[in-house]
Write a protein that binds this ligand. Structure first.
Ligand code: A3P
Length: 315
């Protein structure tokens, strides 16, 4: 087995020093932490999606954890209590970070065993521009969650600062992440190209790609959970249909999930560098208004307008 430090930058790829001094490698137009680039290459080389597979794709900090809980609950309705003792990231593992992204390069794939249904659910942050061919090689279905760029950025800032805090390092200035985010040089960035890649596919092939925003889901979770179940071919039925939907939404709410001991844990799992509890913060829409200056908002809005050209996802 090849032993390679998954955190050392790969000299074959262009490099950038992102905010906080993090070194990222560029691969096919996107920026990766070296360890996730290794995992991504493993996914591209080895993952052959089965027709029943369900893939949750997202840019980091856009609601991945929430969607993991929801997808798991919708598909494995009878096992919804698994959420009490398992973190959503254990129930729905990441292809490039967990399944094919072990602590050393070429670790054997690690498939989840917590599912009671025939469908395997995986998550990924790999952009469509890179993973598209793999996704299109079977009838697997893809759900993409997108989030307002300003709230995504603020969530990312808090998340990364919680890592720095754990390493007894100073929190990073907000200006630095605004610059890196707008330039695209953040993990799995550019954010804008990431969203557009999956959004375009969802317009062309809505039967395969389900696109939803964090904000839509927040504003009317029951409606969108029903849509999600229909898309996945497992609609809610029966006289108590509304109660079933209600139960899924309640079980997956940030308030409920935060109460479970497993989600409050400060233990850092081997596949990542963060404790599970840092995946749950406020879960609010518009939190960026508490942090960004008017100039920062204008800077992000300007690049959003330029990149999204007429595509109005957030009004
Ligand atoms: P905030 O930092 O704005 O609170 P990801 O899972 O992609 O890393 O995204 C993390 C963001 O989703 C964080 O946002 C987190 O608080 C929020 N989140 C986590 N679980 C959630 C849930 N069940 N419902 C709504 N938001 C949730």
């Amino acid at each position: 087995m090849e032993i390679q430090n998954p955190d050392s930058s790969d000299s074959c790829f262009p490099k950038v020093k992102s905010w906080g001094g993090i070194v990222l490698n560029q691969f096919q137009g996107f920026w990766f932490l070296p360890r996730y680039l290794l995992g991504t290459k493993q996914v591209l080389d080895h993952y052959k999606p089965l027709p029943n597979d369900v893939i949750l794709a997202s840019f980091p900090k856009t609601g991945t954890t929430w969607l993991k809980a929801l997808l798991y609950s919708v598909i494995n309705r009878a096992s919804i209590n698994q959420l009490v003792t398992n973190h959503p990231h254990e129930l729905v593992p990441s292809l490039e970070m967990q399944v094919y992204g072990g602590p050393v390069a070429n670790s054997p794939p690690h498939f989840p065993s917590n599912t009671s249904s025939s469908a395997s659910i995986f998550s990924t942050h790999i952009p469509y521009q890179i993973l598209g061919e793999t996704l299109n090689s079977s009838d697997c279905r893809v759900i993409y969650v997108a989030r307002n760029p300003k709230d995504t950025l603020i969530s990312l800032w808090h998340f990364e600062n919680s890592i720095y805090l754990g390493q007894k390092r100073e929190p990073q200035p907000l200006e630095d992440i605004v610059t890196s985010f707008c330039e695209g040089s953040v993990t799995f960035g550019p954010y804008f190209d990431h969203v557009l890649g999956y959004q375009k596919e969802s317009l062309e092939r809505p039967e395969k790609f389900f696109f939803i925003t964090y904000e839509e889901l927040k504003s009317d979770p029951n409606v969108h959970v029903k849509r999600l179940a229909e898309f996945l071919g497992c609609p809610f039925v029966g006289e108590d249909m509304e109660e079933q939907v209600e139960e899924v939404v309640r079980s997956c709410s940030i308030e409920t999930l935060k109460k479970h001991e497993v989600n409050n844990s400060s233990v850092v799992p081997s596949w990542t560098i963060v404790p599970y509890k840092s995946l749950f913060r406020k879960g609010q829409v518009g939190d960026h208004m508490n942090y960004l200056t008017n100039d920062m908002i204008e800077q992000i809005d300007a690049i959003t307008r330029e990149k999204f050209r007429g595509i109005d996802l957030w009004g």
